[in-house]
Write a protein that binds this ligand. Structure first.
Ligand code: NA7
Length: 531
């Protein structure tokens, strides 16, 4: 017999864990389903060497419990994957969450029953659940993607994806290793793999802008100061996401020397703060070019071989329009004698054979392939579930021309289904933990409202949804973001419609809009009352 749950949560990463905790807090019977054997979400799967966050650890953490933020001691400026995973395990234990999570269990379908106004959900073991609410905490970057390379099935060595890294990590010593992909994951893994591989071949399709992390151990005094200031800092983070030093000055309002000095200062500090050096870097192409020129000069300074240096300089898109990368010794790694850059723009991969990767110009003997080839971002994890709303309409069909929803949170025809940090919300453009807490808190308030008023379901109106989709587009078109073929607009997935998915208007503005909608009695939504 189907088990009845008030709120069914898909996923037990940062979002699912907090959703579960919050639902319990408001007295809603909740249960989470997690494909992995333990908590952590992307931080469970991304065990590749060098994996760490690129938002400072003290900020890349929950704010909902002061006791939690006071008792947990981060050890590095940017925590490594094992430390983040340990933190999430601590959270799961501390708030006694595990008893409400089914591990090793994937959700395969969710169908809305128009008559009962309830969701019928199935897992991959054939069990059925009936839920009033579905909270999709399935991750924005969780559906990993292997490259479609001719002959890869004939390769006789191991093939790994950074986002599904095995627990018994492979040894790179004596191996000719190929890394395919130079996004955030590749950029973190490459310097680490280079340290022990016999030879590392990096297959680069598009170079990325890499800002040094300047990672360091977190001094006890720094941590203590941060903890003492948490109330103020967290309040500010709710408005801006990550606490960068956001400049209010346009790039050409200062002299060339001052610009250079500002870039240098931020480069020396490390991290994503670099892109906030001037307030028009993401809106004005010429301003952006000054930042790009600065990074190009650093690349040319760091890499000994001038040909390789040019290959590593991104020139086809504005800085920041693809997610900016933060690395350690990334460019310097290309000075090692056991590292070779293979520029796929000059010589694309033509074939993978049993023990080699062939490009148009060379055949390279390879023992192991590491795919740092990214994700079907924002919609991929949802598309893997057969989700059917009112009248049997499928979410995949509804989103065939690009995702459509209201506030990024809910969709027409999919009542009581909430999406966490999905398309149409600030999502991957802000500190994910800040975005997750905002969403979960809003959803909890919404459920309290529905329960208190005896409502059976809530769904956006078609007009509100269309208006929001338009607004997300309009905001993006005011920026340089759409000028790169990035996963923000689905360009990395063949056949995926090119629609800029996240809301670029900032978490502060977004939060205010969501709060206003709630204050107005959930304007833009239809609420159905029970009999
Ligand atoms: P990304 O940022 O999507 O990077 C994937 C990389 O793999 C990127 O350089 C791609 O080149 C490259 N790629 C993808 N498919 C291929 C094929 N078929 N051949 C060659 N190269 C390919 O994923 P990451 O995991 O690095 O980072 C994702 C986010 O996860 C990151 O921002 C963090 O938030 C965590 P392309 O640029 O498409 O030409």
């Amino acid at each position: 017999m189907a088990r009845r749950i008030d709120a069914l949560i898909v996923g037990a990463g940062f979002a699912g864990l907090y959703a579960l905790h919050k639902m319990r807090e408001i007295g809603v019977v909740a249960h989470a389903f997690e494909m992995a054997d333990d908590v952590g979400g992307v931080w469970y799967w991304n065990r590749y060497p060098g994996a760490r966050c690129d938002v400072e650890s003290v900020q890349y953490s929950y704010s909902f419990s002061d006791d939690l933020q006071q008792e947990w001691d981060w050890t590095e400026r940017f925590a490594q994957q094992p430390e983040i995973l340990a933190y999430l395990n601590h959270v799961a234990d501390r708030f006694d969450l595990r008893r409400s999570i089914s591990f090793g269990t994937g959700i395969v379908s969710a169908a809305f029953d128009d008559e009962t106004q309830l969701w019928h959900v199935r897992d991959d073991k054939g069990e059925e659940y009936i839920a009033r609410y579905c909270v999709m905490a399935s991750g924005s970057l969780s559906a990993s993607r292997l490259p479609d390379l001719p002959g890869i099935e004939d390769f006789d060595g191991p093939v790994f994806h950074t986002g599904a890294w095995p627990e018994d990590a492979p040894e790179f010593a004596d191996q000719n290793v190929a890394v395919i992909g130079t996004g955030s994951s590749g950029i973190q893994a490459i310097p680490q793999i280079a340290k022990s591989a016999e030879h590392l071949y990096v297959f680069q399709r598009t170079p990325n802008f890499v800002i040094p992390a300047r990672n360091q151990p977190l001094a006890a005094e720094t941590l203590a100061k941060y903890k003492a200031e948490y109330p103020v800092l967290r309040a500010r983070a709710k408005q801006v996401g990550t606490l960068y030093d956001f400049s209010e000055t346009p790039a050409f309002e200062v002299s060339a020397e001052e610009r250079e000095a500002e870039y240098q200062h931020r480069w020396d500090q490390g991290g994503v703060n670099f892109v906030h050096a001037f307030n028009d870097i993401m809106t004005d192409l010429e301003a952006n070019q000054t930042a790009a020129d600065f990074v190009h000069a650093r690349i040319r300074g760091a890499v000994d071989d001038p040909v390789v240096a040019e290959q590593l300089c991104p020139k086809d898109y504005p800085l920041g329009a693809k997610r900016i990368c933060v690395g350690t010794d990334y460019y310097e790694t290309y000075n090692r004698s056991n590292v070779t850059l293979v520029d796929l723009q000059e010589s694309p991969i033509t074939q993978v054979s049993a023990g080699a990767i062939e490009t148009r110009d060379v055949t390279i003997p390879i023992d192991m392939i590491v795919c740092a080839t990214g994700y079907d971002a924002l919609t991929g994890a949802l598309a893997r579930i057969d989700i059917r709303g009112r009248g049997g309409v499928s979410l995949t069909d509804k989103w065939a021309a690009g995702p459509r929803n209201y506030l990024g949170l809910m969709c027409v025809d999919f009542p009581n289904m909430f999406f966490i940090t999905g398309p149409g919300s600030p999502s991957v453009l802000v500190n994910m933990v800040v975005g997750i807490e905002q969403h979960v808190d809003w959803i909890a308030d919404c459920i309290i409202h529905l329960e208190a008023s005896g409502a059976t379901s809530m769904v956006p109106t078609a007009a509100a949804e269309s208006k929001w989709v338009q607004r997300v587009n309009d905001e993006a078109s005011k920026t340089l973001f759409p000028k790169a073929s990035s996963w923000y607009l689905g360009a990395n997935i063949p056949g995926k419609p090119h629609v800029f998915m996240p809301f670029v208007g900032g978490i502060g503005r977004y939060r205010a809009i969501c709060d206003q909608v709630a204050a107005d009695g959930y304007s833009g939504f239809e609420i159905s009352q029970g009999d």
